[in-house]
Design a protein around this ligand. Structure first.
Ligand SMILES: NC(=O)c1ccc[n+]([C@@H]2O[C@H](COP(=O)([O-])OP(=O)(O)OC[C@H]3O[C@@H](n4cnc5c(N)ncnc54)[C@H](OP(=O)(O)O)[C@@H]3O)[C@@H](O)[C@H]2O)c1
Length: 287
């Protein structure tokens, strides 16, 4: 979303002045001219920051209104969860015994990426901002360790948490965290480049790292965009819905009330004010 508020080319088209801000919403159909979307249907879609949306059926996805809470279709079962699933499956490919590091570990994407790496048998180390988030990452998400990126000596703390180096890195933040991780990468490590939230508010963007080590260590660094593989959304919902319902896939949501508070809430993400998937409530849940 922050990238779309810049007047420059990113992977997504910028939002024009006066246009509705882009974003995903989940809600209930209250009027319909399409029999496939009867009144009462729960649907999710990227229809922008609005209390009411007018949409073609082709731009919406029906979801199970009687299963997991509908908010989960914006978070753990929605775009962020699918992002984690795609990056872990296609690029990170964690194996039992490997060490995997996840940045923004308590967040919407990172929390799922780390739990998937744990399911694959890896030793998973999170990086998060502050003691409360690190505690959540270890005690609730059950990562093996968590390092506070505001620690006085981040490099030393990360090295202590990863005594056998790092085989996989799920990159969400860039900056100082990325530099500390890159120093510890093992030969043939994989880096899934998901995002670099530490620099979204910077103008110009900071200079890049020296990538000489990639050659000698034969490291794979690959970016990805979740929307490139639309089929993954349904695949992930099918795989993860039962994990959410049986409680084995943990998630945390951070709810802000009222659309008028959405701009400030978006700004808060860029400094780590959110704790879990940030949601803006525009009305009560239908059931
Ligand atoms: N590639 C794709 O298709 C795709 C799709 C969705 C999201 N993304 C990316 O995935 C990443 C995570 O997104 P999300 O929605 O799950 O957000 P999130 O993790 O729920 O929230 C962002 C978190 O980033 C951390 N952060 C902010 N500024 C930081 C800084 N300067 N240094 C270190 N950490 C900082 C904060 O956590 P702490 O308090 O722990 O620092 C903040 O809570 C973002 O980079 C986003 O752009 C990519």
């Amino acid at each position: 979303m922050r990238g779309r508020l810049r007047d420059q080319q990113t992977y997504a088209k910028a939002v024009e002045i006066g246009e509705v801000m882009t974003g995903e919403t989940v809600g209930e159909v209250i009027a319909s001219a399409d029999p496939a979307f009867a009144i009462g249907t729960i649907a999710v879609g990227a229809r922008g920051w609005q209390t009411y949306i007018l949409s073609n059926a082709s731009q919406l996805t029906k979801v199970d209104g009687h299963g997991p809470p509908i908010s989960t279709y914006l978070g753990v079962l929605g775009m962020p969860g699918t992002t984690a699933y795609t990056g872990v499956t296609d690029i990170l490919r964690p194996k039992a015994g490997e060490t995997v590091v996840i940045s923004a570990a308590s967040g919407a994407v990172g929390s799922v990426a780390g739990q998937l790496a744990k399911r694959a048998g890896a030793r998973v180390v999170g990086v998060a901002g502050g003691a409360e988030k690190c505690l959540h990452v270890q005690d609730t998400l059950l990562f093996d360790d968590c390092v506070d990126h505001r620690a006085l000596d981040l490099r030393a703390e990360l090295a202590a948490a990863c005594p056998h180096g790092i085989d996989g890195y799920f990159e969400n933040v860039g900056g100082a965290v990325q530099a500390a991780v890159f120093d510890l990468l093992n030969p043939y490590a994989r880096v899934a480049m998901c995002g670099m939230v530490s620099q979204y508010n910077q103008d110009p963007f900071p200079p890049g790292p020296n990538l000489g080590f990639v050659v000698g260590k034969k490291v794979l660094i690959q970016g990805f965009i979740v929307s490139d593989k639309p089929e993954r959304f349904a695949e992930w919902r099918k795989l993860a819905a039962s994990w959410v319902q049986d409680g084995s896939l943990k998630y945390r949501e951070d709810e802000v009330d009222g659309l008028e508070n959405a701009p400030d809430a978006l700004g808060g993400i860029l400094g780590g004010r959110n704790f879990g998937k940030l949601l803006v409530r525009v009305g009560p849940d239908p059931r």
